[in-house]
Design a protein around this ligand. Structure first.
Ligand SMILES: Cc1ncc(COP(=O)(O)O)c(C=O)c1O
Length: 409
């Protein structure tokens, strides 16, 4: 007998981040800040070791009429000006497709809404084997299976593995739903080239001759791409999708605005025809009404205010941290390469991930903690959150990590 539904997995959640972060905090309290490297946190921290909260974002909220924060949103799909601003900000003129937007609680809301409404229980979702852990959990909560593609072949996107995973899902169902987390993939820091995106779209068009195809592109970290506006140009390749393909872009204010706790984001639905977009939108809108009802009105107003009235200030403030992230990653990657500390191909973003088998990873993760270096275990790797480490902490870290690795490998 059970109080919860029979079909759900009742094992407790395996939390790979917070438990290790708690150990790091404890060590800091005992040994002092200098003795500890806490590379677990996936949020942006400044050189002062504090969470970054962009001034322009939080000044906008503080200057807002209380009633704007108190009010419900204008509709279940979000405020019209928010939807328009999200579309313009994200696509930046790189799309001519039919489109609609649904405001969601963070990128999480957009990703989960797509998985749970585009696949039936028992069907299969295609995800990368090295990925943000929530994809698996979201699938599991909906009794959806996953098939995984290897993200890399040498230092580039593994198109063959991607194709194989899609084909295996298509063998048992009439629909194909795939996730690509790009640019600034979590946890590798890889971004596909425009040519790689082109090949993906060509292949999905082939698949769409026999199957309906939903491409879920998770862009949670896009505004911290080192390419900035250019990082959005790959979205032009979506213009070539066939009528039987829909693209859902999962956008998040969490990283873009450093407003993780405000829980605001959007699902941008793109299709060749208005009819395709509306079919998805109708179901997403009902899902929104049935789960979160409507989205944080203050957060939506803040986004519109920042982009419409304080864009230059926002760009300047964000760029300061984009450049800082670049500086940190360049130091870590350069030093890692010098000492032969193997990592997945990193281009940009919040994390660098060291590559190794899972047995070595487990021993290494423990050995690192003994030396008070706290990291996150991922499939076949160790994630180093350079987003939360100061330049000073990063200097010499790769060498130290290599020396520890040599004691376990
Ligand atoms: C790859 C990826 N996608 C989506 C998200 C969603 O974040 P949020 O729900 O805060 O927007 C995250 C957050 O860590 C992430 O790492």
């Amino acid at each position: 007998m059970s109080f919860v539904k029979d079909s759900v997995n009742k094992k407790p959640i395996v939390d790979t981040v917070f438990a290790v972060a708690a150990k790091a905090k404890e060590a800091k309290a005992q040994l002092g800040d200098d003795a500890v490297v806490n590379a677990t946190i996936g949020s942006l921290f400044g050189e002062d070791g504090q969470l970054v909260a962009l001034d322009c974002v939080f000044n906008s909220l503080k200057n807002m009429d209380n009633r704007s924060m108190a009010a419900y949103a204008a509709s279940f799909t979000g405020n019209p000006d928010f939807k328009e601003t999200v579309y313009e900000w994200v696509l930046n003129g790189n799309s001519t497709l039919a489109h609609d937007i649904i405001a969601t609680p963070g990128g999480t809301g957009a990703v989960d809404m797509t998985i749970s409404n585009c696949l039936d229980a028992g069907q299969t979702l295609v995800i990368p084997s090295l990925a943000w852990g929530s994809y698996n959990l979201m699938a599991e909560m909906n009794n959806i299976n996953t098939v995984k593609y290897n993200l890399f072949e040498d230092d580039h996107f593994n198109l063959d593995s991607f194709k194989e995973a899609c084909q295996s899902a298509m063998a048992t169902q009439d629909r194909l739903v795939v996730i690509i987390n790009d640019p600034c993939h979590n946890p590798s820091g890889y971004s596909l080239s425009k040519e790689e995106w082109q090949s993906v779209v060509e292949f999905l068009n082939e698949c769409s001759k026999t199957h309906s195809v939903v491409l879920l592109n998770d862009i949670a970290y896009i505004d911290f791409s080192y390419q900035q506006e250019k990082a959005k140009e790959y979205m032009q390749t979506f213009d070539q999708i066939s009528e039987n393909v829909v693209v859902v872009i999962a956008f998040s204010l969490s990283k873009s605005m450093t407003s993780y706790g405000l829980r605001c984001g959007a699902a941008i639905i793109l299709g060749k025809t208005e009819q395709a977009v509306q079919e998805v939108k109708i179901v997403f809108e009902k899902n929104a009404r049935a789960t979160w009802s409507n989205i944080n009105n203050g957060a939506m107003h803040m986004f519109v205010d920042v982009i419409k009235n304080h864009k230059e200030e926002y760009n300047a403030e964000r760029m300061k941290y984009v450049n800082l992230l670049k500086e940190r990653s360049e130091i870590f990657v350069k030093e890692a390469n010098e000492v032969g500390l193997k990592h997945y191909p990193y281009k940009e973003g919040f994390f660098v991930t060291l590559s190794m088998d899972n047995e070595t990873r487990d021993a290494y993760h423990e050995a690192l903690m003994e030396k008070h270096i706290y990291t996150v275990k991922v499939n076949q790797g160790i994630r180093v959150a350079i987003c939360s480490l100061s330049v000073d902490k990063i200097k010499g870290l790769a060498k130290q990590m290599k020396e520890i690795l040599d004691t376990v490998a």
